[in-house]
Design a protein around this ligand. Structure first.
Ligand code: F6P
Length: 499
C-alpha cells in the first residue's frame, strides 16, 4: 500500500507556483500559518490541496499519529539503541516520570546558576563552554541569537580539536575568573576532553591552585565525569534518552542559563512546549511541522532535489544553518529503514545555507539559474537587531521577500543568458522578534519536522552510527601498535609526521 501511495504522489500533476496562485485566491491564507509569534509561509511551495491530501493518506497508512504518540509517551522508538527519545519531556510533554525527572534536573541546574551568581564558588566573569556537535551547536546558536552584549559573563564556546580555536580564548581570558563548563553527553568525546585538559593545564600555569574546583560538567554519564575528576556537586546530569542533537533543553543549556539568565532558559522551554502542543493537537493540513515535512518529501522524492538551502536574513540567527545541518543530516542521513532494509527513497537532503544578504552576492546565481532545483528557506525577523538607521533593517527584509518572489516568478527573456525560469520554491519563516520563546518554538518546529520526515521515510532519526567509523580510524591511525591503514592515508601521515 505504502509504495502505491508514494507512486500516486509522484504522478500528481505538476502545477507551477504562479498557476497555483492564479487559481486560488485563498492560497496565502491557507498556506500561511502562525504559531508562537512566528509566521510560516508555505504558499510559495508546490503544496496544494492534492499534494497535501495525498500525503495525508500516506500518513494514515504509515501510522504517523501512533508514532507521534510513541515519541511523546517515552516508548523505545530509537530501536537500534533500544531506547526512547525524550527531548519533549524536557519541556513538559511526555511520560510523567520522565517529565518529573527533567523538572528536578532543571531545578538543580537553576540552583547551580544561583550559587555561581552568588560568587560562592569564585568571582567568575568568564565562561569557557567546551563541547562539540549537539553539546555546542545549540548553546552557541542561542547565545549568538539572544545575547545583548551587557551580560555579567563573557561566554566562549569552543568545539574544535584545533588548538587555534581554543588558544585565542586562553589569551584573552583570565584563568582565576574563568568557569570551565565541560558539556558532553557521553563524557568520552576526544575533542572535548583534550580541550578540557588544555584549559586545566592553562589554569595551573596561570597560578590557579585547584583548577578542577572551577569545573562544571554537563553529562548523561556522571560516573565518567567523576572518574575524570569533576566534583559530584558540580555535575549536572541529564537523561540518556535525550539525544545529543536534541539536548539543548537539558543541562546542556546550562551555559545559556548562566550567561543569559535562568528565565531566558525557562522561556525557551515554554516556547518549545507551545510548538509541541501545536504539533500534537493540530490536523495535518494545519500542522506546521507536518506541512513542512510534506514539502520536504515532495521536493526530495518527486522533484529529486538533493539539497535544501537555509538563509538567515538576520545576523542574530546566523548560526541556525549550522545547527540545522546536524539536526537534519545526523538524524535523517540514513540508508536503511527501521527494519534494516535498504531505503528506496532519498534520505535527508544536504542542508546548506548562510546569511542574507551576503549570500545573494555569492551563491544565489545558482539558485536562480542553475540546473539544480534547490528549495530555499528564508528566516527573517520583523524587529531589528540594531539601532542604526531603519534603512538597514528595511533593506534586509525587502531583499529577503524580493528573493522569494524572484525565485517564484522568474522573468522570461529571449536571451537565454538573461532568462530566469522561475517556479523555484521557498518557505519564509517570519519571526516577530528574536526572543527566547519564539526561538524555543522555532527549534521545536525543526525537531518535529525532522521526526515527521523520518516517519515518512521509515527510518530511525535517533541513532548516528555513521560517525563512529571515522573516530575508530583516527584512533587506529594514532596507535603506535604497528597497525596500518591504506597506502594513501599512510603516505599523508608520513608527510605530516615523518616516518
Ligand atoms: O560524533 C557525533 C556525536 O556523537 C553527536 O551525536 C554528538 O552531539 C556529539 O558527537 C558530541 O557527543 P558528546 O556530547 O557525547 O560529547
Amino acid at each position: 500500500m505504502t509504495s502505491s501511495l508514494w507512486q500516486a504522489i509522484k504522478t500528481l500533476p505538476q502545477v507551477s507556483l504562479t498557476s497555483l496562485f492564479n487559481t486560488d485566491e485563498n492560497r496565502v491564507r491557507d498556506f500561511g500559518l502562525e504559531q508562537a509569534g512566528i509566521y510560516f509561509d508555505f504558499s510559495k511551495t508546490h503544496l496544494d490541496k492534492n499534494v497535501v491530501e495525498s500525503f495525508q493518506k500516506l500518513t494514515e497508512d504509515i501510522g504517523l499519529a501512533a508514532k507521534m504518540n510513541a515519541l511523546v509517551s517515552g516508548e523505545p522508538i530509537n530501536i537500534s539503541e533500544g531506547q526512547a527519545a525524550e527531548h519533549c519531556a524536557e519541556r513538559g510533554t511526555g511520560d510523567p516520570a520522565s517529565v518529573e525527572n527533567a523538572k528536578s534536573l532543571h531545578r538543580r541546574m537553576k540552583s547551580l546558576v544561583e550559587v555561581i551568581d552568588s560568587g560562592a564558588l569564585g568571582e567568575f566573569t568568564q565562561i569557557i563552554h567546551l563541547g562539540i556537535g549537539g553539546s555546542a551547536l545549540g548553546p552557541k546558536m542561542l547565545h549568538q541569537a539572544l545575547k545583548l552584549g551587557d551580560e555579567k559573563y563573557e561566554l566562549a564556546i569552543v568545539s574544535n580539536i584545533d588548538g587555534a580555536a581554543l588558544e585565542p580564548v586562553l589569551e584573552r581570558f583570565e584563568a582565576s575568573k574563568t568557569l570551565l563548563v565541560i558539556a558532553s553527553k557521553t563524557f568520552t568525546t576526544a575533542e572535548t576532553l583534550l580541550n578540557a585538559q588544555s584549559v586545566l593545564d592553562w589554569m595551573s600555569e596561570q597560578g590557579v591552585a585547584d583548577p578542577l574546583g572551577q569545573v562544571v560538567a554537563l553529562t548523561a554519564d556522571p560516573e565518567q565525569a567523576v572518574q575524570w575528576g569533576v566534583d559530584e556537586t558540580r555535575i549536572l546530569p541529564f537523561s540518556g534518552t535525550v539525544g545529543g542533537r536534541y539536548s539543548l533543553w537539558s543541562s546542556i543549556g546550562f551555559s545559556v542559563a548562566l550567561a543569559l539568565g535562568s528565565d531566558v532558559f525557562e522561556d525557551l522551554l515554554v516556547g518549545a512546549a507551545a510548538m509541541d502542543q501545536h504539533f500534537l493537537d493540530s490536523p495535518y493540513d494545519r500542522n506546521i511541522p507536518v506541512l513542512a515535512a510534506f514539502a520536504d518529501q515532495y521536493y526530495a522524492q518527486v522533484r529529486e532535489c538533493e539539497t535544501r538551502a537555509v538563509f538567515a536574513y538576520d545576523e542574530r540567527l546566523s548560526l541556525v544553518p549550522d545547527y540545522l545541518q546536524q539536526l537534519e543530516m545526523e538524524s535523517n542521513g540514513k540508508s536503511v529503514t527501521l527494519d534494516g532494509q535498504p531505503l528506496s527513497l532519498h534520505s535527508s537532503p544536504i542542508v546548506w545555507g548562510g546569511v542574507g544578504t551576503d549570500a545573494q552576492h555569492a551563491v544565489f546565481q545558482l539558485l536562480h539559474q542553475g540546473s539544480h532545483l534547490v528549495p530555499v528557506e528564508f528566516l527573517a525577523v520583523i524587529q531589528p537587531g540594531d539601532s542604526l538607521s531603519p534603512a538597514h533593517h528595511n533593506g534586509l527584509l525587502l531583499n529577503c521577500f524580493a528573493q522569494g518572489a524572484a525565485l517564484m516568478t522568474g522573468k522570461k527573456s529571449d536571451d537565454s543568458h538573461r532568462n530566469y525560469p522561475g517556479d523555484r520554491p521557498s518557505v519564509t519563516i517570519l519571526l516577530k522578534d528574536v526572543e527566547a520563546r519564539s526561538l524555543g518554538a522555532l527549534l521545536a518546529f525543526y525537531e518535529h519536522r525532522t521526526f515527521v520526515n523520518a516517519v515518512l521515510l521509515d527510518i530511525n532519526p535517533f541513532d548516528q552510527f555513521g560517525v563512529e567509523l571515522g573516530k575508530q580510524m583516527a584512533n587506529k591511525l594514532a596507535a603506535e601498535d604497528g597497525s596500518r591503514l591504506d597506502a594513501s592515508t599512510e603516505e599523508l601521515k608520513k608527510r605530516a609526521f615523518g616516518a
